[in-house]
Ligand binder design. Structure first.
Ligand SMILES: Nc1ncnc2c1ncn2[C@@H]1O[C@H](COP(=O)(O)OP(=O)(O)OP(=O)(O)O)[C@@H](O)[C@H]1O
Ligand SMILES: [Mg+2]
Length: 499
């Protein structure tokens, strides 16, 4: 079961997936029909399901029903027929049409013995749960406790702040970002620093590298986390509408404006405004945005009243804004204003094999659960194939490849042939960005890096290393040999450290 991977779980794997995997394991080991995992919301006096097959989830008062009784007493409950137990609450059965018979419910505690949640399994196939089942379940509940204790959610549970059914997912959003490589760690530290202030953040990175995921992480790790997170995508709207979208309009501002409508700057008040693909923002609006960022003031379209902007702005782009400044298509003053905190999301091929493995494991488990094939695993041959691929579409591409493999593989093991990976290209770059440097390759994606006067020596070196690595299918020892350097030197160069 996935718990063997515990050391990196604190930030690694989405908590709901992990808890889901844990419930699956208990159900399997106890040969039960199904299971539920609740977390205690002490502030509200409730337990709330985080893993369940009941649509909309389950909320019970502490003390209500068998699971609620466990949350209250902190003691295990094992009943052979719930209908004969006065604590049993049949409401859920009436709602779902399910017939509960045997129930084993036990507390999940932290190391201090405080109840964090309740693990419950229903309907043992052999009729009732045995004493051996109890021992087994206690072992797994203990693991769940120690996993919970190492997450950011734990602090929240301890605070006993009101925790709504959907908020837990937001509260540990940081945990959805998988990756422990050097490149990712430095990105996390930027998120942490950014969270302390309202400074504007500029996220740059190739397509599919997690820019939006990081924008959300910044919000959820900031003092504005209880405010809204609002997104505006500059690519999906025509110029006239972007202004409207951002700033809203007054009644009568234009034909059809029959009522005053607030824009995203107002909607995001007290929270975070995420402006995606800022490189597409028309010049005229760049000026208006600059003013909001400088003076924290704006007017609605057609309005005269000056409004205050109480937002933190996070921008993202896959384009090279400094080149756009040179071209005159992006305002230099705005560029400096938005990149107060720069955050670069590294492309997958710079993140090293351990991160690739973690992501693969994460997606196999996520999609295994989503598509009701939790038993699916991945073969060594398929991993070799994944390692050799350069992933121009980055994590989004990996995500799609794994999802389709989980659904399409014949048996329970994903083989190399199940991976819908396009044939390797000579360069892994998608578009005009260099695969390694995140800088534009002015000669186009297929241009040779050697002899390109726009690149620094280090960029050329990085590109060349990548090409060699690709040519040898990702084998670093072989690549080092071909490059005429030691394996450690190669590792250092790949991690971006200077000599
Ligand atoms: N480190 C990560 N761990 C887990 N999932 C990730 C990670 N990074 C990205 N993803 C997933 O990959 C997909 C793409 O991420 P996201 O939309 O944040 O990328 P993006 O950089 O905004 O891409 P684009 O430039 O194409 O808009 C999402 O489904 C996201 O959940
Ligand atoms: Mg995006």
């Amino acid at each position: 079961m996935a718990l063997a991977a515990a050391p990196y779980l604190t930030r690694g794997v989405e908590l709901t997936d992990l808890l889901g995997a844990l419930v699956d394991a208990v159900v399997r080991q106890l040969d039960a029909d199904k299971g539920t995992l609740y977390l205690v919301d002490g502030g509200a006096g409730m337990i709330i399901s985080v893993v369940t097959d009941v649509p909309g989830g389950i909320r019970l008062a502490i003390g209500q029903g068998l699971a609620g009784a466990v949350a209250l007493s902190g003691e295990l409950v094992n009943v052979a027929d719930a209908r004969n137990d006065a604590r049993f609450n049949p409401t859920m059965d009436h709602k779902t049409g399910y017939l509960t018979r045997s129930v084993l419910a036990l507390p999940i505690k932290d190391s201090a013995g405080e109840v964090l949640g309740v693990l419950q399994v229903l309907n043992a196939r052999k009729g009732a749960f045995s004493a051996a089942d109890e021992v087994n379940a206690r072992g797994l509940a203990k693991q769940a406790g120690s996993v919970l204790e190492r997450t950011s959610l734990y602090a929240e549970l301890k605070k006993k702040s009101p925790l709504s059914a959907d908020r837990p997912h937001l509260a540990y959003r940081f945990n959805q970002i998988v990756g422990e490589s050097e490149a990712m760690r430095s990105a996390y530290s930027v998120v942490e620093k950014a969270g302390r202030t309202d400074a504007t953040v500029l996220i740059t990175g190739e397509s599919g590298t997690g820019k939006e995921l990081f924008a959300r992480a910044i919000h959820h790790n900031s003092t504005r986390r209880s405010g809204p997170f609002v997104k505006v995508d500059c690519t999906t709207l025509p110029e006239a509408l972007i202004e409207n979208e951002l700033f809203g309009h007054e009644k009568g501002a234009f034909t059809g404006a029959d009522k005053t409508t607030p824009g995203k700057f107002e909607a995001a008040a007290t929270g975070t405004l995420f402006i995606d693909e800022i490189g597409e923002l028309p010049l005229k609006l760049q000026g208006k945005l600059l003013r909001v960022l400088q003076d924290r003031e704006f007017e609605r379209v057609g309005g005269t009243k000056t409004l205050q902007a109480d937002v933190r702005v996070v921008c993202a782009t896959h384009r090279d804004l400094s080149a756009m400044v040179d071209d005159g298509t992006f305002r230099e003053d705005l560029y400096y204003r938005i990149k107060v905190v720069p955050l670069h999301t590294p492309p997958l091929r710079e993140r090293g094999t351990p991160d690739l493995l973690r992501l693969v494991e994460h997606f196999v488990s996520t999609f295994g659960r989503r598509h009701k094939r939790p038993q699916v695993s991945i073969s060594d041959g398929a991993m070799v194939r994944l390692k050799a691929h350069s992933f121009p579409g980055n994590i989004r591409e990996l995500e799609h490849v794994i999802e389709s493999a989980v659904v399409m593989c014949d048996g329970d093991v994903i083989e190399a042939r199940d991976l819908a990976i396009a044939e390797r290209r000579r360069t892994g770059s998608s578009g005009s960005m260099s695969a390694v440097t995140g800088m534009p390759l002015h000669g186009g994606a297929d241009a040779s890096v050697v002899g390109n006067p726009n690149l620094t020596l280090q960029q050329v070196e990085q590109e060349h290393i990548r090409l060699v690595l690709e040519a040898v299918g990702g084998n670093q020892s072989e690549a080092a040999r071909r490059l005429g350097i030691g394996r450690n030197t190669l590792a250092r160069k790949l991690s971006g450290e200077s000599d």
